[in-house]
Design a binder for this molecule. Structure first.
Ligand code: HEC
Length: 139
């Protein structure tokens, strides 16, 4: 231990720096690293087909409910916080049974909608707490 002690503090500092470098990017803006993981979008696609496609179309083109892709989507959600989309998907939909979609499925469906609207995926999952205050781009 006597021989180690002069080295030990600097090792600790080095470890702290490495740790910070590994953790900090995880809290960076989703724009730079992607908005959701591909796995979330893939699960969301399945959940969407099961619970949403009957009213919004298999390709989100709209039917009884409005289109959820392209111009219509960006008009409704461009520049808005993710919380706006979240409250629709998780709280107001599906029309006949609002609030019936689990948190996990709602997040996945949101990831799927973002994917279909051209936002990139990344390694960091979309989250229904820390990400809600982030604004979607204007298109
Ligand atoms: C029974 C039909 C029906 C089902 C099922 C349904 N929706 Fe809807 N949805 C609607 C209708 C009708 C509207 C428009 C009326 C409104 O906004 O209240 C709407 C509106 C929306 C909007 C707002 C669109 C905009 O441009 O403002 C979103 C987002 C949405 N639905 C997502 C979903 C998702 C995600 C699901 C599956 C979990 C789903 N909906 C299931 C009928 C449905």
């Amino acid at each position: 231990m006597k021989k180690l002690s002069p080295v030990f503090p600097s090792l600790l500092i080095a470890a702290a720096i490495l740790f910070a470098a590994a953790v900090v990017p995880a809290y960076g803006a989703p724009e730079s690293s992607g908005w959701y993981t591909p796995e979330q979008a893939a699960s969301g696609a399945k959940a969407y087909q099961k619970t949403c496609a009957s009213c919004h179309g298999a390709n989100l083109e709209g039917a009884m409910g409005p289109a959820l892709v392209g111009k219509q989507f960006w008009l409704a959600y461009g520049g808005k916080k993710i919380s706006t989309l979240w409250s629709t998907v998780h709280t107001q939909m599906p029309m006949m049974a609002p609030g019936s979609i689990s948190v996990r499925n709602s997040i996945n469906i949101m990831a799927f909608l973002l994917q279909k609207n051209g936002l990139p995926s990344g390694s960091r999952p979309l989250d229904n707490t820390v990400d809600l205050s982030k604004a979607l781009p204007v298109k």
